[in-house]
Design a protein around this ligand. Structure first.
Ligand SMILES: Cc1ncc(COP(=O)(O)O)c(C=O)c1O
Length: 368
């Protein structure tokens, strides 16, 4: 593909840092992970950060820390990457799917309360495409029913502020650093953040075979995993974190350019403009009027050497391991059939954005 859907940024600093770590011969459980955790906690304005080997691992650990178990119900969105619900299934927890709002694409807060039962323990809250799903209404629901919230912020890394409320409602959140994300830790990785020292302590233990942090750890071991981040991943992530603000700013300017170029085209719905600066931009997306048109535009982009994707996201309840759940979420199904994600990456040039937009415009004007 001439224009990929995503392309991780690998600068000279990242390369040098990785070489330095390799030469140090300290490749695991070392100072880079510790420093990355400190720096990431500071960036997200949280007291603790615990590095793990993927976003999925972080979510899985947190489900255990919440002590959600078989028989418990947890509310979540079907319009997400499958891992946010899988983290519940791993522990036998029942995901209860609530449909999304067609504008924000996040869980529809108005539909949560009708799904709460005596078995409901919490919410797996996903900030989809980097847009915060947090609100005052959600705070009220959390309080009223005494729910615990895990925030899946895997697509939503960014500096916390009044306008950007990630990691502001949950007991803990998880960020993802796969190579398609806004920043990466050399391909794979994740980070849990929390203000709760107990949660941080258990996460730290569980990512490392359940060992206690004390000297005589073998006597205090709990059932854990090997979800450790390597030193190479951490040093790579530290370099990306140093330039994260400019990386996010560039993504936002790409989104603005896409919006300018695509806004006038009949049949194309662009992301809500009033939310443009409230997102951490992950991928740009458009919604077409039906599946046939969406697939047609996708084919035209492919023929032009431009990567786009129709896979964001099939409703999770349609996957085989969720098939027994009798659920239908109309907005999620409709969006899943009509949404197309477009290329977005730090080094993407304005000309590349124009090329993508031109192919979309031409394919639709010809068709109509
Ligand atoms: C919404 C969401 N949740 C969870 C994950 C899982 O992250 P990872 O691929 O690092 O396991 C991802 C990323 O791929 C994601 O987009």
């Amino acid at each position: 593909m001439k224009i990929p859907l995503y392309k991780p940024y690998v600068g000279e600093e990242e390369t040098k840092a990785v070489l330095r770590v390799l030469q140090s011969r300290k490749l695991s459980r070392g100072p880079e992970v510790e420093a990355f955790e400190r720096e990431f906690a500071k960036y997200t304005n949280k007291k603790f950060a615990v590095a793990v080997n993927s976003g999925t691992s972080g979510l899985h650990i947190l489900v255990r820390v919440m002590a959600w178990k078989k028989g418990d119900e947890v509310i979540t969105t079907p319009f997400s990457y499958i891992s946010s619900a899988n983290a519940l299934l791993f522990e036998g927890v029942t995901p209860v799917f609530v449909d999304i709002d067609p504008v924000t694409l996040n869980i529809d807060l108005k539909k949560i309360e009708e799904k709460i039962t005596s078995k409901t323990k919490g919410i797996m809250l996903v900030h989809i495409f980097g847009l915060s799903a947090t609100s005052e209404a959600l705070r009220r629901i959390k309080k009223k029913y005494g729910l615990q919230i895990i925030e899946d912020a895997c697509e939503a890394v960014g500096r916390i502020g009044d306008d950007f409320t990630i990691s502001q409602i949950g007991e803990a959140s998880v960020y993802g650093f796969h190579e398609n994300k806004q920043i990466t830790t050399c391909g794979e990785g994740g980070m849990i953040v929390t203000d709760d020292p107990r949660i941080a302590r258990i996460c730290r233990s569980m990512r490392d075979q359940g060992r206690s942090l004390e000297k005589n750890w073998i006597k205090k071991v709990i059932l854990g995993y090997n979800f450790r981040m390597t030193e190479v991943q951490a040093t790579f992530g530290r370099e990306q974190l140093k330039r994260i603000d400019s990386m996010l700013a560039r993504r936002e300017s790409i989104a603005r350019k896409y919006s300018d170029l695509l806004s006038g085209i009949a049949g194309v719905t662009i992301p809500e403009q009033s939310l443009l600066s409230k997102r951490s931009w992950f991928l740009y997306f458009i919604i077409l009027k039906n599946q046939k048109t969406r697939d047609y535009v996708h084919d035209r982009l492919t023929n032009a050497g431009i990567s786009s994707s129709t896979n964001y996201f099939p409703p999770i309840y349609k996957f085989p391991m969720y098939k027994d759940r009798k659920v239908r979420c109309d907005n999620s199904e409709k969006i899943s059939n009509t949404l197309l994600t477009l290329p977005m990456f730090f080094e993407m040039s304005d000309v590349e954005v124009e090329n993508v937009a031109n192919v979309i415009r031409k394919s639709l004007t010809k068709k109509q």
